[in-house]
Structures are given as structure tokens and as C-alpha cells.
Design a protein around this ligand. Structure first.
Ligand SMILES: Cc1cc2nc3c(=O)[nH]c(=O)nc-3n(C[C@H](O)[C@H](O)[C@H](O)COP(=O)(O)O)c2cc1C
Length: 460
């Protein structure tokens, strides 16, 4: 059986990682806060006020442990397993039909208010579809793109769409140059590895549905859309078919974003009009509550960490990288490594700050004796192994992420030039390298007498 949201639910259930909520929950007033509180378990809502018969799933994955489960690996091995799988591609296989065609609604039947779309944050402009994966194509070559975009509900058949200038935005520019609406298919609810693929930034030519196949280890099975020349996974929960209006912008946002702030991206952004919805007869709505270290950040962190690992491991021909962790807020990354030469860690950190991903502006290298999943060890390492006049370097005037509120915004959201310019910093908190054993030895960590031989629990 192909992997989909149902197989993922079964996997989470078998691992004891779901909390089932049977009491009534209001998606517009209560769901956000419940998801926010559930940092360890996925939440499956069975009783949604105002949406009889609907269920909704969120915080799935709630953390990196769940991500490791989805990739069928261990937390410590996640970066390596994902980096390996990211190299694989399987071309999607088109099939005649699938569960996502159980219900087909067209024209006047299209009504987004039928879906239990939740309001995430107290200052959000309204309800947003947050777990919709948007598929568009290059109008000339047909090259496909799949990515996440926040979609503010603006009417029964209308949403906004926020486009950071990357591939979907480039496709829209190409349609706008011809003054044509851009067809867009959005699927809501699937196996998390589809979401990981969509959050992967690669080359413009990369087809994220082929990548999803690579991550899943099986080709994605697609069906044709009803009203546009687009293919979508046949076993998604819900599909929306529409067009982005050319040359048109409307107020969009604010929205509770991944860095835990509201304002970034808010402004005049494009609008989608939908002409069809298809879905399973018992479709489960997939919500996603944003915020630091929430589900959306897990989808970001995993492919980002793996892509950065893949980039830095060949710095200087070979660098002994032990692990990579993207830090809360997504604007920082920690690299665990064994430095072999003086200067090597700094080279690695420069590469980490200059990958496919614009997010990281803080890059920290720690040595192989630091547990990077334990934040106090990272802070201890910075405090005790960094000589600021040598080990901290700031790079000024770099292009940083368009939604990093610390830096100056040049050109507004909704335009192809939307960007921010600011500084990046590298912090080398490694010990001296293997090539200087005497200097390295000074930083050997203390161990208590009896270490490894006695355990406190045996004395209680
Ligand atoms: C939960 C989540 C929400 C996102 N929301 C947006 C968004 O609203 N607008 C946007 O441009 N990118 C958003 N992204 C980022 C893109 O989907 C992601 O960077 C993707 O790799 C871009 O694909 P592309 O480079 O092929 O265009 C989001 C990512 C995640 C994980």
C-alpha cells in the first residue's frame, strides 16, 4: 500500500504518538491554542464545532522525533538518512483515479467555508489554509514546482497567497508577462514526506513530486485535475483547483509566522480563485499551527539540515561533519564536527551560510564532544571555547531571508524583488584541530572519578 496520511496516522498510533480529542473543538477559536500546547504528540480532532462529520489532524510531526519516525530512522541519524534519500528521484506514475476523486465539487459548489480551516494566531487576518501544497508549472517548459504557501481565506472560492521570491513566484512572473492566470493545484493532507519534499529548496528544474517519490522510496501516484492541466497525488485528502490572477494584488496578512512573529509578509499579495474541489468521502482536514519549533518548522528544519550537511561535508574536499541541527527560529544552524586543520571550521560555516536556504544567518560550529540536541551544551561550548576576537566573524550586507524581521526590507512583499539585506555571523566554538594535539588537549572536558563504573540509581 502506498504511503499516505492514513498510513502515517496508523504509524503514529502504533508508536503511541497521537492524542485523540473527542470533545468538541472550535477551529476558529480553540484549535490553535490546543495545537500550540501539544509539543510532544500529534492531535487528531474528532468533533469540530460547526463542521459536522469532519476530523482534523495537526502537529504530525510535532517534533524531530516524529520526523525520524516518518523517515523510519533514529533522531541522531536523521540528517544522514534524509541527505541520502534526497538524492533519489522517482518519476510520478499517472493513474486513472483515486480516493481524492470520491467527491467532485465544481463552480458554485466550491465553498471553502465547508472545510474546517482554523485560525492560527490571535492577530491573524482570518483563517488560513496552512498545510496546502501548491503545484504550478513553468508555462513554457512545463517544469513542475511544489511548495508550501500560506493561503488566507478571502471568500467561498478565493484565497490570498504569499510568495517569497523563489520558484512559484518565478512561475507567476512568467504568466504575468503574458497576462494569463496561472493554474494552481493545492493538495491538503498527505504523508509528511510530501511536506518535507515541498519544503526542500533545490534547483528550479527540480520536480518536488519526483523528490517526494525519492523520500518515500516509491513513485507518487498522480491523477489529472478536473479543470486544469495539472497532476496531483491520487491519495491526498483534499485538492483545490484554481488560478492565480495575473497582475492583481490585495491586502494579505498578518499571520502568525514560523519565527513567532505576525507581520512579515503582510502587504499586497496575489490572489487565487478556485473552480473545483475534489476530496475523499471521509476526508480528514490537515491543519498546521505555525510558530517556532511547531510542525511547520519541523518540515523546514529536516530538509534544510540535510541539504546543509550535504553542502558542507565536501568543504576542502572532506570535512568530518558529525551532525547538523537547525536552531529555533530557523535562522541559525549548529554544525557538530571534528576540525582537522586551523580555519577549517570557519570554511565550513561560510558554506553553511551560503546554501540553497536563505534562512540561516547564525552558524555555530561545535566539536564532536558536544551533544547538539542539548542546547545548554551548545551555549557552554560558546562560552568556554570561543575567543570573540578570533572566533566570531560578521559578514555584512548579505541577502538574508525575506521574512527575517531584524533587517531592512527592500521592496515590498508581492513584488518579485522583495528582499531583506543584513548581516550573518559565524561562531567557531570548536576546540583547536586534530593537527595541534597539544592545544586541543587543553579543552578536554573533565570527568568525575568513577565515571562509567558507578550509577546513582544503584545507590538509591
Ligand atoms: C509550513 C511552511 C509554510 C511556508 N509558507 C510559505 C509561504 O507562505 N510563502 C512562501 O513563499 N514560502 C513558504 N514556505 C517555504 C517554501 O514552501 C519552501 O521554501 C519551498 O522550498 C519553496 O519552494 P521553491 O524554492 O521550489 O519555490 C513555507 C514552508 C513551510 C515549511
Amino acid at each position: 500500500m502506498s504511503k499516505d496520511m492514513r498510513t502515517w496516522l496508523a504509524q503514529l498510533d502504533a508508536a503511541g504518538e497521537i492524542t485523540e480529542i473527542n470533545k468538541p473543538v472550535d477551529p476558529l477559536k480553540e484549535m490553535g491554542a490546543l495545537l500550540w500546547q501539544s509539543r510532544e504528540k500529534a492531535l487528531l480532532f474528532h468533533n469540530l464545532k460547526g463542521y459536522p462529520g469532519w476530523r482534523a489532524l495537526g502537529q504530525a510531526p510535532a517534533n524531530l522525533r516524529h520526523a525520524a519516525l516518518a523517515f523510519e530512522t533514529e533522531l541522531e541519524n536523521l540528517v544522514f538518512a534524509v541527505a541520502e534519500k534526497m538524492k533519489r528521484r522517482f518519476k510520478p506514475e499517472q493513474v486513472e483515479t483515486g480516493p481524492v476523486k470520491d467527491v467532485v465539487l465544481k463552480a458554485k459548489e466550491v465553498d471553502l467555508s465547508r472545510l474546517p480551516i482554523h485560525i492560527g494566531g490571535t492577530r491573524d487576518a482570518g483563517a488560513f489554509i496552512t498545510a496546502g501544497l501548491c503545484i504550478t508549472k513553468d508555462p513554457e517548459t512545463g517544469i513542475r514546482n511544489m511548495s508550501f504557501h500560506r493561503l488566507q481565506v478571502k471568500g467561498p472560492n478565493r484565497t490570498g497567497i504569499l510568495l517569497v521570491p523563489r520558484h512559484t513566484s518565478l512561475n507567476l512572473q512568467k504568466y504575468e508577462a503574458k497576462n494569463k492566470p496561472m493554474p494552481i493545484a493545492i493538495f491538503i493532507g498527505h504523508h509528511p514526506l510530501y511536506y518535507m519534499a515541498a519544503a526542500t529548496t533545490g534547483s528550479y528544474e527540480m520536480d518536488e513530486l519526483e523528490l517526494a517519490g525519492g523520500l518515500l522510496g516509491e513513485p507518487v501516484k498522480t491523477v489529472k485535475c478536473e479543470t486544469i492541466d495539472m497532476e496531483v497525488p491520487c491519495d491526498a485528502e483534499i485538492v483545490l483547483e484554481g488560478h492565480v490572477l495575473p497582475g492583481y494584488r490585495e491586502e494579505e496578512g498578518p499571520f502568525s509566522e514560523f519565527q513567532d512573529y505576525y507581520i512579515s509578509g503582510t502587504g499586497k499579495n496575489p490572489v487565487i480563485e478556485f473552480q473545483a474541489i475534489t476530496m475523499r468521502k471521509d476526508a480528514i482536514y490537515k491543519n498546521l499551527q505555525n510558530g517556532s519549533e511547531m510542525e511547520g518548522c519541523i518540515f523546514h528544519k529536516v530538509p534544510m539540515g540535510a541539504a546543509i550537511y550535504d553542502r558542507i561535508r565536501t568543504v576542502g574536499g572532506f570535512a568530518d561533519i558529525k551532525n547538523v541541527l537547525v536552531l529555533p527560529g530557523i535562522f541559525g544552524v549548529v554544525v557538530q564536527m571534528t576540525p582537522r586543520f586551523y580555519g577549517e571550521a570557519k570554511n565550513v560555516l561560510m558554506a553553511a551560510l551560503s546554501s540553497e536556504y536563505l534562512h540561516p544567518k547564525v552558524a555555530i560550529a561545535v566539536d564532536d564532544d558536544i551533544n547538539i540536541f542539548n542546547y545548554w551544551e551548545i551555549l557552554w561550548s560558546i562560552n568556554t571555547r570561543v575567543n570573540p576576537e578570533e572566533d566570531i566573524i560578521t559578514l555584512n550586507g548579505t541577502r538574508i531571508h525575506s521574512m527575517d524581521p531584524t533587517a531592512k526590507e527592500l521592496f515590498p512583499p508581492g513584488t518579485p524583488s522583495w528582499q531583506r539585506i543584513g548581516g550573518k555571523v559565524i561562531i567557531d566554538a570548536t576546540k583547536p584541530p586534530l593537527s595541534d594535539p597539544e592545544a586541543r588537549g587543553i579543552f578536554e572536558r573533565i570527568l568525575p572519578m568513577g565515571h562509567g563504573n558507578v550509577s546513582l540509581k544503584d545507590y538509591l
